[in-house]
Design a protein around this ligand. Structure first.
Ligand SMILES: NC(=O)c1ccc[n+]([C@@H]2O[C@H](COP(=O)([O-])OP(=O)(O)OC[C@H]3O[C@@H](n4cnc5c(N)ncnc54)[C@H](OP(=O)(O)O)[C@@H]3O)[C@@H](O)[C@H]2O)c1
Length: 324
């Protein structure tokens, strides 16, 4: 089968589109014929090792241990292992499988998959898992979101941000989206009640306060985020500039709880129940993936290059041609 492979850390130039062995199925796994995958910052960090901790935390010190990229996938089940209970051949599935999704086939434990939302194409479904799970777990688990709360999403126009706006609305929050001028209409179209142009206004200096702030992109010092929180407000860092990520890493998973305000980060995990909940939100019409660009599998390097520029509007998808 054809797949994207890399044997050394580096820019997208190190990626090869080549013929590799089709994966062999283990007892607890599902073999998926992949129709689409999507690109995440996770793939970028795995490729470039720009965050040194990736090397220390099992990625491989000098070169990548796992030579394959692609976490988010959607496709059709081709075969199932003997102990697989939830899926059968021909099922349409989507999921987050860590590595190996930029290929014609992949194997994954059934716990990494769910049935594809009925109202989405494979391309749309592949755009969902990692970004939507990050938004859901950041808002609900770390952010303790409640109906009627004032919620601000910083970096509302990327993969995580576009899901965060919609998921916060589905919880009944009043949502403020922070993005650049070219993305303001998009933010309104997915339900944001207020939109702030970060090139004209620094929301941390406006005097307005929010019950929950999810930082998906950009950068503000922690003291500035804290100022923009209500007395019992919660700040959740999902991503953003390296400085923002390092601050959260250095200070631990829950950084502080001072004067009633909580400051912390989310480290999202694939969770089948949560993916099922996201599927329900999608099928109920409350959440939809926003796709910026599509690239064929052979041009995965281009897709990563585009994501790496940091200005994707929603998700970047890789399409896998299925000849048979
Ligand atoms: N914690 C976790 O478990 C977890 C999981 C997934 C992702 N992440 C992290 O979350 C972050 C976001 O991921 P993503 O998939 O949403 O990335 P993305 O899609 O690449 O984000 C791109 C978007 O960010 C916007 N942006 C860039 N600079 C900004 C700024 N200064 N202020 C506000 N918006 C800005 C861009 O809009 P403009 O060009 O218009 O500014 C663009 O729409 C990444 O750092 C990623 O590593 C964390």
């Amino acid at each position: 089968m054809k797949a994207i492979v890399y044997t050394k850390y580096g820019s997208p130039d190190v990626l090869e589109f080549k013929e590799v062995e089709k994966p062999t199925l283990k007892d607890n796994e599902v073999l998926i014929k992949i129709h689409a995958a999507s690109v995440n910052a996770y793939d970028w960090h795995s490729l470039t090792a720009d965050i040194f901790l990736i090397r220390l935390m099992g990625g491989g010190l000098l070169k990548p241990k796992n030579t394959r990229l692609g976490a988010d996938i959607a496709g059709r089940v081709e075969a199932v292992g003997g102990s697989v209970k939830q899926f059968q051949p021909d099922d349409e599935v989507f999921g987050e499988i860590s590595h190996g999704g930029f290929a014609e086939y992949a194997c994954a434990p059934e716990s990494k998959l769910a049935l594809k939302p009925a109202n989405l194409s494979f391309e749309e479904a592949a755009a969902v898992p990692m970004a939507a799970l990050t938004a859901l777990q950041g808002l609900r688990d770390k952010g303790q979101i409640h109906p009627g709360q004032k919620v601000l999403i910083n970096g509302a126009s990327g993969g995580v941000g576009t899901f965060a706006v919609q998921i916060a609305k589905s919880f009944g929050a009043e949502v403020t989206a922070v993005c650049s001028p070219r993305n303001m209409d998009q933010a309104r179209s997915i339900g944001a009640d207020q939109v702030i142009d970060y090139t004209r206004e620094d929301f941390t200096k406006s005097g307005r306060q929010y019950d929950l702030i999810l930082a998906a992109n950009g950068y503000h010092p922690l003291s500035a985020y804290k100022r923009a929180l209500t007395p019992k407000g919660i700040y959740v860092m999902a991503g953003g500039s390296k400085a923002q990520i390092f601050q959260a890493m250095l200070m631990g998973s829950w950084m502080s709880e001072t004067g009633g305000k909580k400051m912390g980060g989310v480290s999202a995990k694939m969770d089948q129940k949560d993916l099922g909940l996201i599927k329900e939100l999608i099928e109920a019409g409350k959440v939809k993936p926003i796709i910026d660009r599509r690239y064929p599998l052979s041009e995965a390097a281009e897709a990563l290059r585009y994501l790496g520029e940091g200005h994707a509007r929603g998700k970047v998808v890789i399409t896998v041609e299925q000849n048979n």
